[in-house]
Design a protein. Structure first.
Length: 260
């Protein structure tokens, strides 16, 4: 089942129609009787998390590429550790990614990521079974990265968290088979990267079990699970990230106007 979030609220995607409900889909919603046409409707990020978790360097190809590109700290992780991102960076399907006017680096890149959406808390020190049961569904993320800022700044505060740097959507898919999924990235319709979505260093369940030892996870929170590809973007490009079984997240890249 697919669940979308619009300006009118949450809704179940039924073919070309969004059937609106009265609350978040992980909260036993009821249909309101109102519907919207899917095509032409603005789709918002399917959740605004209380905490935005992310896994870094979770694919072997990403680790190798990052090291070769000059990120000398890149190494295979020995533990399923997470980082954080900022909600201000979230945008939805078909919204514009804005490249800051004063970013003059050569590497403005997208990273296609599978995103787990939590429907319940797994509890503290949860079992693998409790971790798996805590996942309500799956969506798609584009981890936009300004690499020169990432390498020069003390933190990821602007290289990963600038406004519009985290497209997410277009919806949440509850029926998904990780082992069968492939992730592809297209720029202006031209495929630039493809990889097996499930070929991760650590699985979603392994991350959740480790997180639950120290952190309370809430319904609606998200865990971005890393990428095995980094693709260059430029203003004017249309970026599409496709994960089989979930859907396609599409965004255009534009250049921010210089402030006076």
């Amino acid at each position: 089942m697919r669940w979308a979030r619009t300006r009118a609220g949450f809704g179940r995607v039924d073919g070309d129609t969004i059937v609106l409900v009265d609350r978040a889909p992980w909260c036993e919603p009821r249909e309101t009787g109102a519907t919207l046409a899917l095509h032409g409707e603005r789709l918002l990020p399917p959740t605004i998390p209380s905490t935005f978790f992310c896994a870094g360097l979770n694919y072997f190809g990403h680790i190798e590429h990052a090291f070769e590109a000059g990120y000398k700290q890149a190494a295979r992780p020995t533990r399923a550790e997470v980082g954080y991102r900022a909600n201000n960076a979230l945008i939805g399907h078909d919204e514009d990614i804005v490249k800051p006017y004063d970013f003059d680096g050569a590497r403005f890149e997208c990273e296609p990521e599978l995103v787990a959406v939590f429907g319940r808390s797994p509890g503290r020190r949860c079992s693998p079974e409790e971790a798996e049961a805590s996942i309500f569904g799956w969506t798609i993320g584009n981890d936009v990265s300004a690499r020169e800022w990432q390498n020069s700044d003390r933190t990821f505060w602007r290289s990963k968290n600038s406004d519009t740097f985290k497209p997410m959507g277009p919806w949440i898919e509850t029926e998904f088979h990780l082992d069968a999924a492939e992730t592809a990235t297209r720029i202006d319709g031209d495929e630039r990267a493809r990889f097996q979505t499930g070929d991760m260093v650590f699985s979603p369940v392994e991350f959740i079990v480790e997180m639950s030892r120290y952190i309370t996870i809430a319904p609606g929170d998200v865990l971005w699970l890393g990428a095995d590809a980094m693709v260059q973007m430029e203003p004017g490009n249309v970026v599409e990230i496709d994960i089989s079984g979930v859907g396609t997240l599409r965004n255009r890249v534009v250049l921010e106007e210089a402030y006076q």
